[in-house]
Design a protein. Structure first.
Length: 308
């Protein structure tokens, strides 16, 4: 079996964890090596003939289950509606102080949604002002609970301009990075892409599609807050807000509180980032992927070692 065929199985294996069949174009873009589409198409035909994979309508999968195709189409249609809302929310959030860039993340960035899907955002802030920005945004989010719109404002991953390179270099974070949907802050997001060129080792053909056409402007209140918290006053306030948040989250973790999805709550905190604890969901996905790869190797009797 060729390297391209094995990479196809690896790609399908990862997205199979989320019951998400892929198109031929997507399999090509998420290939672990620099190949052309015709080579991928050729190997897909061979794998189909050998019944190593299956074609479910316009998609490819490790399973001969047409319900997967129906689930994906429904999810794609619902995602299109959610993205219209995400664009409006992103434009509003970008106007908050010290926000330099914002992108849609999570399942919606993969063009998939269900009735329970939240709108997740990845946010880049000015250096050493992440916690002021985050606090302002989350104070507003508390108001959204009054109207039941909190699921539209899931701001769960922040980095500042000092920490654009993501430390966890694995297939999970690589997928999350290259599938981000840029909303605002083109220049800053371009810098983010350069800081994370390591994703090329996983997906040399898939890159962030930064085609922002119109940037939102900053409001007077945002500019005023940025002026007030300039210099030493801002440094003090940012550190103080970080410490307050860290103590609050420490108590949540100690009590083993669960999030809205039923998972353990946890957050990794630093002066330059605020993100979900990688020991929780991320670690589970990577472990499941390792087991999936081992199962594929066993079933297909492959000799190659898959790089995670």
């Amino acid at each position: 079996m060729t390297d391209t065929a094995q990479n196809i199985l690896k790609t399908l294996g990862y997205f199979d964890l989320f019951q998400y069949p892929l198109t031929g174009k997507e399999i090509y873009l998420f290939n672990a090596a620099c190949v052309n589409q015709s080579e991928v198409d050729k190997e897909l035909e061979i794998l189909l003939k050998d019944k190593a994979i299956f074609q479910v309508d316009e998609f490819y999968s490790l399973h001969n289950n047409h319900l997967l195709a129906e689930r994906r189409r429904n999810g794609n249609q619902l995602a299109a509606k959610h993205l219209k809302t995400a664009c409006r929310v992103a434009r509003f959030l970008y106007r908050f102080p010290y926000v330099k860039a914002i992108a849609v993340s999570g399942s919606l960035s993969k063009n998939f949604a269900t009735d329970k899907t939240d709108i997740d955002f990845f946010i880049i802030t000015s250096t050493n002002r992440l916690w002021i920005a985050r606090t302002c945004m989350h104070l507003y989010k508390k108001l959204t609970f009054l109207t039941g719109r909190q699921n539209l404002f899931c701001m769960n991953y922040y980095v500042d301009e000092e920490a654009m390179e993501i430390k966890e270099k694995n297939i999970f974070t690589a997928v999350e990075i290259v599938t981000l949907l840029p909303m605002h802050g083109k220049e800053c997001l371009d810098m983010f892409v350069k800081a994370n060129k390591w994703t090329d080792s996983f997906f040399p053909l898939k890159h962030l599609n930064n085609t922002i056409s119109q940037e939102a402007g900053k409001g007077l209140l945002s500019k005023l807050i940025e002026r007030i918290f300039a210099g030493a006053a801002g440094d003090f306030a940012d550190r103080k807000l970080m410490n307050i948040t860290a103590k609050r989250w420490y108590k949540k973790v100690k009590r083993k509180e669960l999030n809205s999805r039923g998972g353990l709550m946890g957050m990794s905190i630093d002066r330059h980032f605020s993100k979900p604890d990688p020991k929780n969901f991320q670690a589970k996905v990577i472990k499941a992927y390792q087991e999936k790869v081992e199962d594929i190797i066993k079933q297909k009797k492959l000799s190659a070692v898959f790089v995670l």
